[in-house]
Design a protein around this ligand. Structure first.
Ligand code: FEO
Length: 135
């Protein structure tokens, strides 16, 4: 059974973003599986880096669309993205410096980090973009 299972409650209705969110869910599952199977620090670190990089890419694509359509919640949403990127960067730094070893708590933290953002912050743009027939 997956550590983080995608279900309809995560859907924003904007297909391009739902697809990207699903990829993020899959990377969190890979990270958790790597740790659960005791894979090496280097392998797990690579998955964490891929997750962080893909998260940044995803955030940029949401921000671009928001700016393009003058989404009224853009600044608040971007501030939340910036905060999350900063948190993820701090996690990566701690891991790379050896100050923290990746553990199940790391993937649990990232799971909450992502699902709270999708369910609370991303959901707010759904009706705005759907009204504009964007998906
Ligand atoms: Fe899907 Fe705002 O990140």
């Amino acid at each position: 059974m997956s550590f983080l299972k995608w279900d309809k409650s995560y859907e924003t209705g904007i297909k391009r973003f739902d697809g990207q969110h699903q990829k993020l869910v899959s990377l969190i599952n890979d990270l958790n599986e790597g740790m659960a199977q005791g894979k090496g620090k280097e392998i797990v670190g690579r998955v964490l880096l891929e997750l962080i990089n893909y998260t940044k890419e995803h955030f940029s694509s949401e921000e671009e669309l928001m700016q393009q359509y003058n989404y009224p919640g853009y600044l608040v949403h971007k501030a939340e993205h910036d905060r999350l990127v900063k948190e993820a960067g701090a996690l990566m730094e701690k891991h790379q410096s050896g100050a923290m070893s990746l553990s199940i708590e790391t993937s649990t933290f990232l799971k909450k980090w992502l699902t709270n953002h999708i369910l609370v912050v991303d959901k707010k743009y759904s009706s705005f973009f759907l009204d504009k027939k964007i998906n």
